[in-house]
Design a protein around this ligand. Structure first.
Ligand SMILES: [Zn+2]
Length: 267
């Protein structure tokens, strides 16, 4: 659930006490396709809008220096936004991280971040929580209420710092650009290769479902398992027949039973 808390500590004469204690909340639509949305992306959307809003406030009130601390209950989103790690197009939600970094870089004020543990009201009374945790509980409630309204989203105007967009099959790519480009170039070829490998009929109407299931299964595996599955499914794993072919062994016989050791034999 997207939630952010911004605490102002701006060294200026133009912001009065009322501005600093005012509780402001608003709704933002996080751009992106439905299948790209995640709690991580919503957190990033919250961080981005918090920063952009604060900058707008600074501009209006002519604030030119100061420090702002942004609280967030998602460590990954905080680190991607404020961490010193060099950002990479391989990251998920690279588009939003890019924009957040842009706005922090061009900010008139200093930005700091603080991790606030989420859902603390599950175990403690609201009144016992500190200011940060209370604010986190409140924004969580507001966000849930907003989500229930199921509003029709409208595409907003372009935001400063938005980089050029790559599109795949007409849809903009939000993150892991390298993987998406690789898929665009190779997916059709890969699909044909695996259909052939598994001896399936290329004209089969169920082919699309098979391919989607195969992709989902592969995605659900850990990285080392993916490599293992790909190798064995492609029949290039280190079984005796392959080792002989590569001149690493002389005898293709199975060490247990003496039969010819192919990949299928091992299974
Ligand atoms: Zn054997």
């Amino acid at each position: 659930m997207a939630g952010f808390v911004v605490e102002h500590d701006l060294t200026t004469q133009t912001l009065n006490k009322n501005d600093l204690t005012k509780n402001i909340h608003g709704q933002v639509s996080v751009p992106g396709n439905k299948d790209e949305q995640s709690s991580y992306r919503w957190e990033l959307g919250g961080i981005l809008s918090g920063i952009v809003f604060t900058h707008e406030l600074c501009r209006k009130k002519k604030v030119t220096s100061g420090t702002c601390t942004l609280g967030c209950d998602n460590t990954g989103a905080s680190l991607a936004s404020f961490g010193c790690k060099r950002r990479s197009p391989r990251w998920a939600c690279f588009d939003l991280v890019n924009m957040i970094r842009y706005h922090i870089k061009h900010s008139p004020i200093q930005w700091e971040h603080q991790h606030v543990k989420g859902h603390q009201d599950d175990h403690k009374r609201f009144a016992e929580l500190d200011q940060w945790s209370q604010a986190n509980v409140l924004v969580d409630k507001i966000a849930k209420r907003e989500l229930r309204l199921n509003r029709q989203l409208v595409a907003g105007p372009l935001l400063e710092g938005q980089s050029w967009k790559l599109r795949r099959k007409g849809r903009p790519i939000a993150g892991n650009v390298e993987k998406q480009i690789r898929n665009t170039i190779h997916e059709e070829k890969m699909k044909k290769r695996w259909i052939h490998q598994f001896g399936l009929d290329e004209t089969d109407e169920d082919q699309y479902d098979c391919w989607e299931t195969f992709k989902r299964t592969c995605k659900a595996k850990k990285e080392w398992e993916k490599v293992w599955y790909a190798k064995y499914n492609a029949r290039i794993g280190p079984v005796m027949s392959n080792l002989v072919r590569r001149k690493h062994e002389d005898n293709p016989a199975c060490p247990r039973c003496g039969e010819y050791e192919s990949t299928d034999h091992v299974f």
